[in-house]
Design a protein around this ligand. Structure first.
Ligand code: BTN
Length: 330
């Protein structure tokens, strides 16, 4: 049986921007009016913004904190995901990894935090993760026995889902992707995706996949070393971050069920910052310069070199992609 705080929260969310009177809440949950008021105060202390109007009652506005109940309320599909929220973690990907070493995971889990102290990107690069202004989340998904994992396709598919989701809340922002895992807005990186796998100790086969997503919604104060290339989606956001997370979960699992077909790749190509442009790609100690031609059906980049030769680069082998003639220099 849910406690009164979560029952009241549920009733306010279900009222969808309408006021619910204290009297009605008291009757419905068989508690006193002061008890209703006390629970409303507790919800507010926990980061929920609730408007109170004399004679009308309470109206739910939004939440400053991540809350599984609010996320579930805003979801529109029912693919099962267990949601865990935190105020602070070192890294949601690291937490997901640790979680999966301590138990067998049977269904997808989402780890979401307000801030990370050791947020990381590809090749151990740091991912700036300040509080109140971003979304830092990792999906941990068990892999069915003998199913293979195509990290390149998962990462590109996730990028498409994340942008589809963001577009609904920030329709005027021109989001782009920089192969393979950077999300750009206003010619700066506003987000990234980090796909990792965990392997079975017995036979080395993949057991789980972890998809980390980091977004700077209205973050500021980027460290000097990255401020020329990292930015946020908007200066001030009024959007409840729980709504964005709910949309990302829904879009992700819709994509994930058929991701191996790569049916999102045309959309990824449309969003690409690099296709048709001059790129420099670093692979180990070699640098290739050419034109980004297309993405193949595994999400790898096919590049045309100066002599007309086409070469294929899988994301896992690439250390850096530069756009020497572009405004974005990440
Ligand atoms: C990149 O820039 O190369 C990818 C950045 C991925 C950042 C996210 S934030 C949530 C999750 N936890 C991490 O430590 N990293 C990912």
């Amino acid at each position: 049986m849910a406690d009164h705080q979560s029952q009241i929260l549920q009733a306010l969310l279900a009222a969808e921007n309408r006021y619910v009177s204290g009297n009605e809440l008291a009757k419905r949950f068989n508690i006193s009016r002061p008890a209703v008021y006390h629970n409303i105060l507790k919800l507010e202390q926990n980061g929920h913004i609730i408007e109170t109007k004399k004679g009308l009652g309470y109206c739910y506005q939004k939440s400053h904190c991540f809350d599984p109940q609010v996320i579930v309320h805003y979801r529109v599909t029912s693919y099962p995901v267990k949601i865990h929220v935190f105020d602070k973690l070192t890294s949601t990907n690291d937490y997901a990894k640790q979680y999966s070493t301590e138990r067998t995971v049977f269904k997808p889990q989402l780890f979401l935090t307000d801030t990370q102290t050791k947020g990381r990107g590809r090749l151990g690069r740091r991912f700036y993760s300040p509080s109140n202004t971003g979304i830092y989340m990792s999906l941990l998904i068990p892999i069915q026995t003998r199913q293979s994992i195509h990290s390149g396709l998962i990462t590109t598919g996730t990028a498409v889902c994340v942008i589809r989701s963001l577009k609904q809340f920030f329709p005027h922002v021109d989001f782009r992707v920089k192969w393979v895992n950077d999300i750009l807005a206003h010619d700066k990186k506003c987000g990234g995706i980090l796909t990792e796998t965990t392997a079975s100790l017995e036979d080395g086969s993949h057991e789980n996949v972890i998809i980390g997503i980091g977004l700077n919604i209205d973050s500021n104060g980027f460290p000097a070393a990255i401020s020329h290339k990292a930015g946020s989606i908007v200066e001030h956001s009024q959007v409840d971050r729980n709504k964005i997370v709910a949309r990302i979960i829904d879009n992700f699992f819709y994509m994930y069920q058929t991701y191996q077909t790569g049916n999102f790749l045309p959309e990824y190509a449309e969003l690409s910052e690099i296709l048709g442009k001059k790129v420099k790609v670093v692979m180990g100690n070699r640098v290739y310069t050419g034109i980004a031609d297309h993405f193949n059906n595994e999400g790898a980049l096919v590049m045309m070199l100066a002599d007309g030769q086409l070469i294929t680069m899988a994301s896992g082998e690439v250390t850096k992609v530069y756009l020497p003639e572009n405004r974005y220099q990440g």
